[in-house]
Design a protein around this ligand. Structure first.
Ligand SMILES: Nc1ncnc2c1ncn2[C@@H]1O[C@H](COP(=O)(O)OP(=O)(O)OP(=O)(O)O)[C@@H](O)[C@H]1O
Ligand SMILES: Cc1ncsc1CCO
Ligand SMILES: [Mg+2]
Length: 269
């Protein structure tokens, strides 16, 4: 097993982004109430197509049509949970990939039990911060609400274990993001601490991961590419802002503007 993470070459991130823009995957987002609009705007800015079809009576029909499904438990309610279970079941039957964002798992019992049941249903990818990934893999974590209290490298062994247990690609994010299938691992640097000072960059990243798992090719590299694109755009946005208020429009602009040459020419990975 290759324990040490390797860098994602810029050319691979560029290839994945090009494929994303050519195919514009339709992403069914069952996400939390705090980040709906931001998530849709991030997907649109990059070139994917979001749709938030949230009622339990419609969610299953739509997840069979969409190219990928996102399940984010940030503001989990009973109706949300019903819609998520129906959508995951339908996506599975239709052979469509789905992604889990286990927001605040570990600190709260119901959502923890719910996510532990969900991961038995073959997610294509799981994306969370370090505390969430540690908790989901059964290890102790020091998360506080939706925020991480742990660093991403310390959660890499848990991410690898979770990937082997579920068959999912697991992405654990933070100052450096780590992406693993349990055997191979990629590290993705970049980003900026400002990305933690507005709500929903992680949630939106999970939606972007869903868009990238719909692409053909190596799923590990596609998920790492999703992380890289978001980190690059975040870093660029921060260079032009003084605070969280102006970060969001700059971030959306940079997701729209980021090009293959820029990712290709990147030295720092
Ligand atoms: N200290 C940091 N330096 C650089 N980039 C960071 C840092 N912390 C987080 N990021 C980036 O911010 C994005 C969100 O990751 P994070 O781990 O904060 O997700 P999260 O805790 O689930 O966020 P949220 O729940 O608010 O949506 C990722 O692209 C990650 O690389
Ligand atoms: C702030 C917040 N509360 C529930 S979900 C969410 C979005 C960040 O995960
Ligand atoms: Mg989160």
């Amino acid at each position: 097993m290759n324990i040490r993470p390797t860098l994602l070459p810029g050319s691979l991130a560029a290839t994945s982004l090009k494929q994303l823009r050519l195919s514009a995957p339709l992403v069914h987002c069952l996400t939390n109430d705090v980040v709906q609009s931001f998530t849709a705007n991030v997907l649109l800015a990059l070139g994917a197509s979001p749709a938030m079809v949230v009622d339990p009576t419609e969610a299953a029909q739509f997840s069979a049509i969409a190219d990928a499904l996102l399940v984010n438990v940030g503001t989990l309610t009973r109706p949300h949970a019903d819609a998520m279970l129906a959508a995951v079941h339908a996506a599975d039957l239709a052979g469509k990939p789905w992604v889990l964002d286990p927001v605040a798992v570990g600190g709260l019992s119901w959502r923890t039990e719910f996510c532990l049941e969900l991961i038995k249903r073959k997610p294509a990818a799981i994306r969370g911060n370090a505390s969430e990934i540690l908790a989901l893999s059964g290890l102790s974590a020091s998360g506080r609400g939706v925020d991480s209290g742990d660093d991403s490298l310390s959660a890499l062994p848990a991410a690898q274990q979770l990937a082997r247990k579920t068959g999912a690609i697991v992405a654990v994010t933070g100052e450096t993001d780590y992406v693993t299938d349990g055997e191979r691992s990629r590290s993705v640097a970049g980003g900026h601490p400002m990305m933690t000072r507005i709500v929903g960059t992680g949630c939106a990243l999970s939606a972007v991961v869903a868009a990238f798992v719909a692409l053909p090719g190596d799923r590990l590299d596609n998920v790492a590419a999703a992380c890289r694109v978001m980190s690059c755009a975040g870093e660029r946005a921060c260079a032009a802002t003084n605070g969280p208020g102006s970060f969001t429009p700059q971030f959306l602009d940079n997701l729209y503007l980021i090009d293959e040459q820029w990712l290709n020419g990147e030295e720092r990975q």
